[in-house]
Ligand binder design. Structure first.
Ligand SMILES: Cc1cc2nc3c(=O)[nH]c(=O)nc-3n(C[C@H](O)[C@H](O)[C@H](O)COP(=O)(O)OP(=O)(O)OC[C@H]3O[C@@H](n4cnc5c(N)ncnc54)[C@H](O)[C@@H]3O)c2cc1C
Length: 379
C-alpha cells in the first residue's frame, strides 16, 4: 500500500489549487448570487486541459489517471463547486463513456473535440418521472430504419445550454423494459430540441441546469452507443465512474469548509480567547477533520481501483455516499463555528452548505447508494 501521490499527481493538484484561488475565488459569490455561468473560467479550465483530463492522448485528451482527476476536482470544488460539476460531467459522464464504449468513428467525430474542450458535453438520463428509477424512461427513440426519432423530456440536465454534445438515454423497445433502452450521441443543434428555463437552484447556482425537450429529433443510426438495448447498462456503468467525481466534489466542499473553519476559529474571539481554545469548537474541528480524511480515503481508493482496472462500482457508491453525507455534516458545523457570520454570504460557508446538499441527491441519491452497497453484500 502506498499513500504517496506521484510527482505528476501532486503537480496537477497544485495547478488546480492555484487556478481555483487565482481565477475562481474572486467572483464566486457574485456568480452564485446571480446564477451567472462561469464562461471565462470554463474557458481557462479548458485551456488547462481540465475538461478532457482523463481521456487518452490518442483522442486528444490529457491521459491522466482518475486519482489526478480526484485531486483536481477536490481543489476546484473547495472554491467553486459549480465549476467542478461542469468539469465532472464532461470528464466522467460524457467523455469516459464514449471512449470506453463508442466506435472509432464516434470517438473521432465527438470525443476528440470534447477532449480538447472545444465542445462541452451533457448526460441526459433523468426525466420528470424517472429519477432514482431510471428504468422507467418515457423518452422514446423509435427505430426508423436508417435513423432513430427521439421524443420526450429530460429533467435537471447539467450543461444543457452550454454543451454542444448530448449523450441521451431513451427507450426503443418498451416491451423489453430496461433491456430496450439505448444511449445516443446527439448534436444539441439538431432540429426539434428546445430547453426549459434555467433552474433557480438552492446551490451550485451558476451551473447550467435546464430541462430538455425532444420533438421528432432525427438521430443517425451510427450515433447509437453499443448494441441495441445496451443503453441502461451503459448509463449505470457511466454513473459508477461519475460517482467518483461527485465524491471528489463533496470532499472538496467539506475540505473547503474545514479549512475556513480552522482559520476562523483562530481569529474569532469570545470570552477573552480565540474560539479554537473552547474545547467544544476544537472537538467539532477534530470530528470534521476525521470525516474529511475518511471521505478522501474512500474517494481516492475508488479512483485507484478504476485506474487499476479492478471493479470499482461498490467503492464509488461508498465514496459518494460517505463523502456527500460528510460534506453536509461538515458544512453545517462550519456555519455553526462561524456563528452569525456563517449565515451571510461573505464567509462562504453558507454557500458550501447549500452546495453540499446537492451531492446527496444527484448521480444517485444517498438512498440509492445504499441500495447499491447493500445489494453487493449478498452477491
Ligand atoms: C442540480 C441538479 C443537476 C442534475 N444534473 C443531472 C444531469 O446532468 N443529468 C441527469 O440525467 N440527471 C441530473 N440530475 C437529476 C438527479 O440525478 C436526480 O434528481 C436524482 O437521481 C433523484 O431523482 P428524483 O429527483 O426524480 O428523485 P426521486 O427518484 O423521485 O426520489 C425522491 C426521494 O425518494 C427516494 N427514493 C426513491 N426510490 C427509492 C428507493 N427505492 N428506496 C429508498 N428511497 C428511494 C430518493 O432517495 C429521494 O430521497 C440533476 C439533479 C439536480 C437537482
Amino acid at each position: 500500500m502506498n499513500f504517496n501521490y506521484t510527482d505528476e499527481q501532486l503537480m496537477i493538484q497544485q495547478a488546480a489549487r492555484d487556478f481555483a484561488e487565482r481565477e475562481l475565488l474572486a467572483g464566486v459569490i457574485e456568480r452564485d448570487d446571480h446564477a451567472i455561468f462561469p464562461t471565462e473560467q470554463v474557458k481557462m479550465m479548458t485551456e488547462m486541459g481540465f475538461m478532457g483530463m482523463m481521456t487518452s492522448p490518442e483522442y486528444d485528451g490529457g491521459g491522466m489517471d482518475t486519482v489526478s482527476y480526484v485531486l483536481a476536482m477536490e481543489e476546484i470544488a473547495k472554491i467553486d463547486a459549480a465549476a467542478s460539476v461542469i468539469m465532472s460531467v464532461c470528464n466522467s459522464l460524457v467523455n469516459w463513456g464514449i471512449e470506453k464504449f463508442g466506435t472509432e468513428a464516434q470517438k473521432e467525430k465527438f470525443l476528440k473535440p470534447l477532449a480538447r474542450g472545444e465542445k462541452l458535453g451533457a448526460f441526459l438520463l433523468s426525466e420528470p418521472e424517472a429519477g432514482s428509477d431510471a428504468t422507467s424512461q418515457r423518452t422514446t427513440a423509435e427505430d426508423k430504419g436508417d435513423h432513430y426519432l427521439l421524443n420526450g423530456t429530460k429533467n435537471w440536465i447539467t450543461n444543457a445550454n452550454c454543451a454542444s454534445t448530448y449523450v441521451v438515454i431513451a427507450q426503443t423497445n418498451p416491451e423489453k423494459k430496461h433491456k430496450g433502452i439505448n444511449a445516443f450521441i446527439v448534436d444539441k443543434n439538431s432540429a426539434g430540441i428546445s430547453l426549459g428555463p434555467h433552474e433557480n437552484k438552492m446551490g451550485m447556482r451558476s451551473s447550467d441546469t435546464h430541462s430538455v425537450m425532444f420533438t421528432d429529433v432525427i438521430v443517425p443510426k451510427e450515433n447509437r452507443i453499443g448494441d441495441d438495448g445496451f443503453g441502461f447498462k451503459y448509463a449505470m456503468q457511466v454513473l459508477e465512474g461519475g460517482r467518483i467525481g461527485i465524491a471528489a466534489q463533496a470532499l472538496g466542499i467539506a475540505a473547503g469548509a474545514l479549512e475556513r473553519s480552522v482559520r476562523y476559529a483562530q481569529e474569532r474571539k469570545a470570552f477573552g480567547t480565540e474560539i479554537f481554545n473552547h474545547q467544544a469548537i476544537a472537538f467539532k474541528l477534530a470530528d470534521m477533520a476525521v470525516k474529511v480524511e475518511n471521505a478522501r480515503l474512500l474517494t481516492v481508493k475508488a479512483a485507484w481501483l478504476k485506474d487499476q482496472k479492478q471493479p470499482f462500482g461498490n467503492a464509488s457508491a461508498m465514496a459518494k455516499l460517505y463523502a456527500s453525507e460528510a460534506a453536509m455534516w461538515v458544512t453545517t458545523e462550519a456555519v455553526q463555528i462561524h456563528g452569525g457570520y456563517g449565515y451571510v454570504k461573505e464567509y462562504h460557508v453558507e454557500r458550501l452548505m447549500r452546495e453540499a446538499k446537492l451531492t446527496q441527491i444527484y448521480e444517485g441519491t444517498s438512498e440509492v447508494q445504499k441500495i447499491v452497497i447493500s445489494r453487493s453484500l449478498i452477491k
